[in-house]
Design a protein around this ligand. Structure first.
Ligand SMILES: [Zn+2]
Ligand SMILES: [Zn+2]
Length: 237
C-alpha cells in the first residue's frame, strides 16, 4: 500500500495555465500569487482540540460532539481551515467562476493539515459531481484537488470511479437531517471490489460531513477499508 509522506511534497508547481495567465489572488484579486501572503495570513487553520471523528473544533478536549450517530461509514474527516474570509472567496472562485489555477494553492493547505494528522491511504478519490452538473461546470473542482494530491504523493489513479447517481440539490440552506437525506444512496462505486483498501476522499468544503458519509457508505459497500475525508475548508456548525 502506498502511503503519503510529507517529504514528497514539492510545493505548488507552475502549470501551463499559470504560465499563460498572470497570477491573481483568489482571495483579494491582487496580482502576484494565486493566494497572496496577506490572504494566507488570514486563513484560519483549525485548531485542536478537534472531534476525533468529524474534525469539528471543540471547546474542550473532553467535550462530546454527537456526530457518531450520523457518521457511521466515515472513519474520520479533517479540514485544513475554516470556511470564511479570503479562503471562502477563493473557494467560491475555484468552484463557480472557473479559477482552476487555484487548485495547487488550495491543495497545499490540505497537505499542511495532512502532515499534522498523518492521513494515509492506498486510494485517493474525489467526491464526484453528477454528470449533468459536470457538463454545466466543465470540471469537478474536487477532482482537480485530488489530482494535485495524487501527483504530489505519487498515488496512482484509482481502478474505477465513484459516481453520483442523482443530481442532488445543493446542500446549502438544508439542515443537518435534510442534508443526510438529500445525499443518502446518491453515490456508487463503479469498478473492481476494493479489497479492504483504505481510501482518502477529497472535497472542497464540508459542513455536516453528510456528503463524505454518503460516499464512504458506497465505498464500504464495495469492500473498501477505512474511509477518511479531507477537505480544504470546514463550515462551522
Ligand atoms: Zn489576497
Ligand atoms: Zn464530531
Amino acid at each position: 500500500m502506498l502511503r503519503f509522506s510529507i517529504s514528497s511534497w514539492t510545493g505548488p508547481q507552475s502549470s501551463l495555465l499559470g504560465w499563460l495567465l498572470p497570477r491573481r489572488c483568489g482571495g483579494c484579486r491582487r496580482l502576484g500569487d494565486w493566494l497572496c501572503h496577506s490572504c494566507l495570513a488570514l486563513v484560519r487553520r483549525l485548531e485542536e482540540p478537534l472531534c476525533p471523528r468529524c474534525g469539528r473544533e471543540l471547546e474542550f478536549a473532553a467535550a462530546g460532539c454527537g456526530c457518531r450517530e450520523r457518521l457511521r461509514a466515515l472513519a474520520r474527516a479533517r479540514a485544513a481551515a475554516a470556511y470564511e474570509g479570503p479562503l471562502e472567496r477563493a473557494i467560491h472562485r475555484f468552484k463557480y467562476e472557473g479559477w482552476r489555477c487555484l487548485a495547487p494553492a488550495l491543495a497545499a493547505l490540505m497537505v499542511e493539515r495532512m502532515a499534522l494528522d498523518g492521513l494515509s491511504a492506498g486510494l485517493l478519490l474525489a467526491v464526484p459531481l453528477h454528470e449533468a452538473r459536470l457538463r454545466r461546470r466543465g470540471y469537478n473542482q474536487s477532482e482537480l484537488l485530488a489530482g494535485e494530491l495524487r501527483g504530489r504523493f505519487e498515488v496512482p489513479r484509482p481502478p474505477g470511479r465513484l459516481v453520483r447517481l442523482r443530481d442532488t440539490p445543493p446542500q446549502v440552506g438544508l439542515d443537518r437531517l435534510r442534508r443526510h437525506a438529500n445525499v443518502a444512496d446518491a453515490f456508487a462505486w463503479r469498478g473492481p471490489p476494493l479489497g479492504g483498501e483504505p481510501v482518502l476522499l477529497v472535497d472542497d468544503v464540508a459542513t455536516t460531513g453528510a456528503t463524505l458519509e454518503a460516499c464512504a457508505g458506497a465505498l464500504r459497500a464495495a469492500g473498501s477499508g477505512a474511509v477518511q475525508g479531507m477537505t480544504v475548508a470546514r463550515v462551522s456548525v
